[in-house]
Design a protein around this ligand. Structure first.
Ligand SMILES: *[C@@H]1O[C@H](CO)[C@@H](O)[C@H](O)[C@H]1NC(C)=O
Ligand SMILES: *[C@@H]1O[C@H](CO)[C@@H](O)[C@H](O)[C@H]1NC(C)=O
Ligand SMILES: *[C@@H]1O[C@H](CO)[C@@H](O)[C@H](O)[C@H]1NC(C)=O
Ligand SMILES: *[C@@H]1O[C@H](CO)[C@@H](O)[C@H](O)[C@H]1NC(C)=O
Ligand SMILES: *[C@@H]1O[C@H](CO)[C@@H](O)[C@H](O)[C@H]1NC(C)=O
Ligand SMILES: *[C@@H]1O[C@H](CO)[C@@H](O)[C@H](O)[C@H]1NC(C)=O
Ligand SMILES: *[C@@H]1O[C@H](CO)[C@@H](O)[C@H](O)[C@H]1NC(C)=O
Length: 653
């Protein structure tokens, strides 16, 4: 045993001739003998074997056939980058224990139908990059019921056997991308998690040319030159998530896709933008209706090119967030309907180019607060606004809204536009239009603002003085909104001018997210930021805890504050958050960015966080959605590379 481990990893190459002779005797029948003798020559090219790990690597050995000289208990076999042209019924008989087999980058042109039958435990098979690949018409993976990853990409496949996905009990991924598939008939099929047909030649998603009956989580058919679509074909898909686009789709195709989706069980649809935008050919389109399409994410460029669009309806989808750029190409838009989505907040610049917008519905979303800056560009154009069925928080910050709504604008569904329970006490469950800020916000403002303060103050009595400071600022903030225009100025210092690059404040329970998401993303995207302080563990030793927090905050280029429902209930966390915000005011530098890991219900949102938001300070929402996460990292990266001077014109105490 000891000797064995000293020799390991063992390079075997041709030394194992004896074992190949042994395996010879296991065979009977003349044809097998001849083909094996042929194979034996090839085995002398020498593969690298690791007997302990049961791996054999024969990559780049100029092999023309599957070698025979390998250990009979090989489990992982790499035959990539060779000249193998044929896989015979006998090719793998010597290695029945293979579970991972890589035959990519060869020239396999013929596969005998029983070639893979000995491989009953096969989990992974790659035949990608075999430019002339042709598969047997039926039953090729009949015995490989454990197959989990099947890679047939980039092999010029023109058709697929009808039963190719039938035999595996639970296929994880079928990689079929970048082939020449123009016709699909996979009617006999088990369950597959991801089937990826990106970059093929599918032109007609019609009953004649596209049959796909697998129960699939994700079906990706982007980058296919789709010319015609039968809505019934889409409707009959047993797919949860469909990915399309990456190629200009005509409005008829799009309409049929949407029609099909609306009748299907598809839960999520992504239409990725193509080289000219998915609606690129639709520059004359005036009306676009994507109601009830299960759209969860809008790519920032999804509507680019729709220069003439006047009416956009996205009712009843699952949209949570609208990126600043989504509506920015719609200069002629008159009517936008976002009724019945999951929108929780509105970006400041989202309407910045929609000067002609007259009708806007945001009814039945999850909007709690609206800011004047968001609506500024459309102040004078809007004639009809619907904010009904949103949990709007009515407080003195909304004075501008009330004033606006009292102008020449029609608030639709006024009777259903109700102040939420998080509103000032006399307004709860009352109609928004009953709110008279002139009456309520004059004297009582300070009193009502104090209510959340008191609840915090009871818990952290020792910092009551601070609270009072914030409350002062809060009133000044309202004044500021009226009195000063917003102006952005960059801070000239960069991260090298600070002792620390990024300081991350988070609650212990959120450590997993920091470890698994944030840290790897920072390492990948901002490798120049090295001197980071991650949580309490990295705080400066030998200092009192709060002094140390204070020291790190004031000596860091950037501070990320990670908010979650649990975090905001923790007094120490709030204290740290407050420390960071104090320094924002003291330094007049916007160096803090808040990350919301989850939605925090209004009644749990601490006053400090509300103040932060109402001050228009930078914050980003984490999401489970993959494209949303991409957006998140982009926003965060952007934010971590500059510091803007704050617009606080509040004197320092
Ligand atoms: C495969 O064969 C061709 C000629 O038949 C030869 O030029 C090429 O080098 C071979 N490739 C490998 C990896 O041995
Ligand atoms: C390979 O096996 C299949 C199925 O057992 C059989 O039909 C076929 O004739 C075999 N091919 C050769 C060349 O022996
Ligand atoms: C499908 O394949 C393409 C091309 O390799 C890749 O970019 C994409 O991420 C894959 N999609 C899925 C869902 O696996
Ligand atoms: C099926 O595909 C062929 C070849 O691309 C095409 O000629 C034919 O019109 C298609 N049939 C339907 C019904 O789309
Ligand atoms: C698909 O294949 C099945 C099984 O071979 C066959 O019965 C069916 O007619 C085919 N469908 C089309 C549209 O070719
Ligand atoms: C849209 O607004 C611009 C600028 O206000 C104006 O010149 C243009 O005529 C408007 N277009 C329509 C269709 O109303
Ligand atoms: C805009 O709203 C007004 C008033 O509700 C209505 O009469 C008009 O038809 C709407 N216009 C559009 C384009 O929806």
């Amino acid at each position: 045993m000891a000797n064995g481990s000293i020799l390991y990893p063992l390079l075997v190459a041709c030394l194992l001739v004896s074992s190949s002779f042994q395996s010879l005797y296991r065979h009977d029948g003349d044809s097998a003998m001849t083909s094996l003798r042929l194979d034996m020559d090839q085995s002398f090219h020498g593969c690298d074997q690791n007997l302990e790990q049961k791996k054999a690597s024969c990559s780049n050995k100029g092999l023309g056939l599957v070698p025979t000289g390998l250990s009979g208990d090989t489990e992982v076999l790499d035959l990539s980058h060779n000249n193998i042209t044929k896989l015979l019924n006998s090719s793998f008989e010597l290695y029945p224990l293979i579970n991972s087999l890589d035959i990519s980058h060869n020239d396999v042109r013929a596969i005998e139908s029983a070639a893979f039958y000995p491989l009953k435990g096969l989990l992974y098979l790659s035949l990608s990059f075999n430019w002339g690949l042709v598969l047997p018409a039926t039953g090729v993976f009949m015995m490989s019921t454990q197959l989990s990853i099947l890679d047939l990409s980039a092999s010029n496949l023109k058709s697929l056997p009808n039963d190719i996905l039938k035999w595996s009990l639970h296929l994880d991924t079928a990689r079929l991308f970048y082939n020449q598939l123009s016709f699909i008939n996979v009617s006999s099929c088990g369950k597959a998690d991801t089937v990826n047909m990106t970059g093929n030649r599918l032109q007609h998603l019609t009953a004649e040319n596209f049959t796909f009956e697998c129960h699939t989580d994700t079906l990706n058919i982007r980058e296919n030159p789709i010319q015609s679509v039968d809505p019934d074909v889409i409707a009959s898909l047993r797919v949860r998530y469909l990915v399309l686009g990456g190629y200009p789709l005509s409005d008829e195709v799009l309409a049929n896709i949407i029609l099909g989706i609306s009748k299907s069980d598809i839960e999520r649809l992504t239409i990725v933008e193509g080289s000219v935008g998915i609606f690129g050919q639709l520059s004359v389109l005036q009306e676009l209706n994507l109601d009830y399409c299960k759209i969860g994410y809008l790519h920032p460029l999804v509507f680019s090119g729709l220069e003439s669009l006047q009416k956009l309806s996205l009712k009843g989808n699952n949209i949570q967030h609208i990126h600043d750029d989504v509506l920015s190409g719609l200069g002629q838009i008159k009517s936008i309907d976002f009724k019945g989505n999951d929108i929780a907040y509105l970006e400041e610049l989202m309407f910045s180019s929609n000067w002609n917008l007259t009708n806007l519905s945001l009814a039945n979303n999850r909007i709690t607060r609206v800011y004047q800056s968001t609506f500024k560009p459309i102040f004078s154009s809007i004639s009809s606004l619907d904010l009904s069925m949103n949990p709007i928080e009515c407080n003195c910050e909304l004075k501008w809204l009330i004033d606006w709504l009292n102008g020449p604008i029609r608030l639709k569904n006024e009777d259903k536009t109700i102040c939420s329970l998080a509103s000032l006490e006399p307004l709860r469950k009352k109609s928004l239009m009953d709110f008279d800020p002139n009456e309520l916000c004059k004297i009582n403002n300070s009193l009502y603002s104090l209510i959340p303060l008191i609840s915090i103050g009871l818990v952290v009595i020792s910092v009551l003085l601070y609270h009072y400071r914030w409350q002062l600022r809060y009133k000044l903030f309202l004044l500021k909104l009226v009195a000063f225009a917003y102006k952005e100025m960059r801070d000239a210092r960069d991260h090298n001018d600070y002792e620390f690059d990024v300081n991350i404040i988070f609650y212990d329970d959120d450590e997993e997210w920091i470890r698994e998401q944030l840290r790897p993303a920072l390492e990948e995207r901002l490798p120049q930021l090295q001197r980071n302080v991650v949580g309490d563990e990295d705080l400066v030793l030998g200092m009192h805890y709060l002094d140390s927090v204070d020291y790190v905050v004031s000596h860091s280029y950037k501070t990320i504050v990670v908010l979650s429902r649990a975090a905001v209930l923790d007094h120490w966390f709030i204290l740290k958050f407050r420390t960071a915000m104090d320094h924002v005011s003291d330094t007049l530098t916007e160096f803090v960015v808040v990350v919301f890991l989850e939605d925090i219900p209004d009644d749990e949102m601490p006053f400090l966080a509300r103040l932060y938001l109402s001050d228009g300070r930078p914050y980003i929402h984490w999401t489970e959605n993959v494209r949303g996460q991409e957006y998140f990292w982009e926003e965060l990266t952007k934010n971590l590379t500059i510091n803007i001077r704050t617009n606080d014109l509040i004197p320092n105490e």
